[in-house]
Design a binder for this molecule. Structure first.
Ligand code: ZN
Length: 144
């Protein structure tokens, strides 16, 4: 599933390769995908977008509001550093970019590292359900 670093990379690639170009044909919902969300009826997209010019793409992130100011600052700096590294390497190695290439950021905990040792402490990475998705973490060096 596309998350913030891939959204950033995709928006950048769209702006570099598609901005200013005219839409000639739109095909939406041609393959089933459980993580696709549409605004309105995708069968109407061609009529809405045909002959329009692509302006630009913008990615958006989320908010966290349940920490102290110090915790927020530490978390914010860590997130910015990690996301900057992820985006500068073209996204995660589990997701593809606009051209079908995997990103260069090697994830530390994800679907490919479940039950494998943490890079930091050697304890096994675990998977848990969280808010309709999955989270992956080391129970030793990433305590709740
Ligand atoms: Zn660990």
């Amino acid at each position: 599933m596309i998350e913030l670093p891939e959204a950033y990379v995709l928006a950048q690639q769209i702006n570099e390769t598609l901005a200013g170009k005219k839409i000639m044909n739109v095909t939406a919902a041609h393959t089933p995908h459980k993580f696709a969300w549409y605004h309105g009826d995708p069968q109407k997209y061609h009529g809405l977008l045909n002959s329009k010019t692509i302006d630009k793409a913008v990615s958006y992130g989320g908010l966290i509001n349940t920490l102290t100011e110090t915790e927020k600052k530490v978390l914010f700096d860590s997130i910015i550093g990690t996301l900057t590294e992820m985006a500068s390497k073209g996204g995660r190695d589990t997701e593809r970019d606009l051209f079908g290439c995997f990103g260069g950021y090697k994830i530390k905990a994800g679907r490919n590292t479940v039950d494998k040792p943490s890079q930091k402490c050697g304890s096994n990475i675990i998977k848990e359900a969280y808010m309709g998705g999955s989270i992956y973490y080391c129970p030793e060096c990433q305590k709740k």
